[in-house]
Design a binder for this molecule. Structure first.
Ligand SMILES: NC(=O)c1ccc[n+]([C@@H]2O[C@H](COP(=O)([O-])OP(=O)(O)OC[C@H]3O[C@@H](n4cnc5c(N)ncnc54)[C@H](OP(=O)(O)O)[C@@H]3O)[C@@H](O)[C@H]2O)c1
Length: 265
């Protein structure tokens, strides 16, 4: 029996995820796109805009039991996952003290635990030539004070994905860590929590469509890393050459955020 060729895209209802849906819709070999996000209305709208291939699935991926439901859905369907795009994620601008314990842990649950859990859930249904695309960030290159959890979570995604890529070579499956700089998406609506330590400078904003196109091309070429644009490439090189303390001071300076010295006891 032939298996249906599908793509699973998380965070599909908005921003970068939506651009991935549009691009994968154009791939003739992909018969169905499992488009996952929480908001059912937005997913239905996505389906009406992009067409019959899209199968909207409302799920909160910060809840592991809902990822188990995804596993059951895969087990009940005759499918091969040709693309898994782990894109759902968010950040918050502010100090460690602006977020509750629950909010902090929720961010890690989505950005990290869901990326791992959805990946491991889909891998049994992937075959030679399948691709995992995990969305990290330029924030993965260095620690970012006042986006501390977010940058740490994206460093995890980048490191995890690149080692997974090596481990999957014998199965002919690739894993690509995508590291976008600032992109024009609704990301900022959730990130801005009105903190006095907020991030306000968004240098060299890129279009999410261009980032998605490069990420797909890099994945198709078997690369373990995808970086779009000269500015992000420059930051990547700088992060390899310069001490992280220097990079953090530069970030604070660029964002007009105070670098306070420890108080004298
Ligand atoms: N925008 C940037 O400047 C930028 C830069 C670097 C990296 N990134 C990364 O790019 C990825 C996409 O972000 P974006 O910029 O496109 O932001 P976005 O427009 O806010 O999209 C986030 C997507 O994730 C979904 N989502 C959020 N929480 C979820 C949950 N608990 N369960 C399931 N889905 C959830 C959202 O839909 P619902 O709200 O309906 O669930 C939405 O579809 C993220 O991983 C982000 O960290 C963004």
């Amino acid at each position: 029996m032939t298996r249906k060729k599908i793509a699973v895209i998380t965070g599909a209802s908005s921003g970068l995820g939506k651009e991935f849906v549009k691009l994968i819709c154009q791939k003739k070999e992909i018969e169905e796109i499992w488009a996952i996000a929480r908001n059912q209305d937005k997913l239905n709208k996505l389906k009406s805009q992009t067409g019959r291939k899209v199968n909207p699935i409302s799920m909160d991926l910060s809840d592991l039991s809902q990822i188990e439901t995804l596993g059951q859905m895969l087990a009940d369907s005759q499918v091969t996952v040709c693309y898994l795009i782990n894109n759902a994620g968010y950040g918050k601008f502010g100090s460690y003290s602006d977020l509750s314990v629950a909010e902090s842990v929720n961010m890690l649950n989505l950005n990290n635990n869901a990326t791992v859990a959805v990946g491991l859930t889909c891998l049994p249904y992937m075959r030679q030539g399948s691709h995992i695309i995990n969305i990290a960030s330029q924030a993965a290159f260095q620690p970012l004070p006042y986006m501390n959890l977010y940058s740490a979570s994206k460093a995890f995604v980048r490191s995890y994905t690149r080692s997974l890529h090596m481990e999957l070579r014998d199965r002919g499956i690739t894993a690509t860590a995508v590291c976008p700089g600032w992109m024009k998406t609704p990301f900022y609506e959730r990130a801005d929590i009105g903190s006095s330590h907020t991030v306000t400078r968004f240098r060299c904003m890129a279009s999410a469509a261009k980032v998605a196109r490069k990420a797909l091309a890099d994945a198709d070429h078997g690369k373990d890393h995808s970086i779009y644009g000269p500015y992000v490439n420059l930051c990547h090189i700088a992060s390899k050459l310069l001490p992280q303390k220097f990079m953090m001071r530069f970030w604070l300076l660029q964002q007009h955020l105070d670098y306070s010295r420890p108080s004298q006891q």
